[in-house]
Design a protein around this ligand. Structure first.
Ligand SMILES: [Zn+2]
Length: 208
């Protein structure tokens, strides 16, 4: 059995949304004799993370409504590295996407793994989100900071959230070449927030 860590490393100087310096994680280390402790100041959409509906819907649910059971299980990885700009309905219609699937999109983003944010990252277009809603999937993950850009009022996020589809962002899929894996996505157990940082691991077989 092989294991793949598809999470981003988190450090000051990493790639963050729009390269905003305020979005950089800050670590304040203090040492008292032999005891070192660190305070972390971090935006919850840093690196690999999972969104909750509150992120884009004012009265939306917080992170405590996302059960771990929905984040552990079989996953399908789709190679969409030929897509330029955004993933649309026509890119998805002929893929093996079924009800309750958890799917991950491997795109050109996976080949831009640097400390710099790419403002032209591949994203999921609104009509692609519509298609996923129609298929009634469980969740979707993408290999960059956000699942959406350049769409007024964020319809991709809103449609996925209002149809109970989980969004995982900031995956690292460059090394992933197959389609079927077993995923363990383990967010920090936050409750009142609109997102949580996560460690996401793929196994080539069910590990238990
Ligand atoms: Zn996010």
């Amino acid at each position: 059995m092989k294991m793949y860590d598809i999470s981003m490393s988190v450090y000051n100087g990493m790639a963050v949304w729009e390269n905003l310096s305020g979005a950089q994680p800050k670590f304040t280390r203090s040492t008292n004799e032999h005891i070192t402790t660190t305070n972390m100041d971090i935006n919850l959409h840093t690196g690999t993370h999972i969104d909750a509906p509150l992120h884009m819907i004012n009265d939306g649910e917080t992170f405590k409504t996302i059960p771990l059971e929905r984040l552990v299980g079989p996953v399908k990885v789709f190679d969409l590295t030929s897509v330029t700009d955004g993933i649309s309905r026509t890119d998805l219609e002929n893929l093996d996407i079924k009800q309750d699937d958890f799917i991950l999109f491997k795109t050109k983003n996976s080949f831009h793994q640097t400390d710099t944010f790419d403002p032209n990252f591949i994203y999921l277009k609104e009509d692609g989100a519509d298609f996923l809603v129609e298929q009634n999937i469980n969740g979707v993950g993408i290999d960059t900071h956000g699942i959406e850009r350049s769409q007024s009022k964020n319809p991709t996020h809103k449609k996925l959230f209002s149809n109970d589809i989980i969004i995982v962002e900031g995956l690292r899929l460059r090394e992933i070449t197959g389609k079927n894996y077993y995923m363990v996505a383990a967010p920090i157990k936050l409750t009142e927030t609109e997102a949580s940082l996560a460690r996401v691991i793929l196994f080539d077989n069910q590990p238990f």
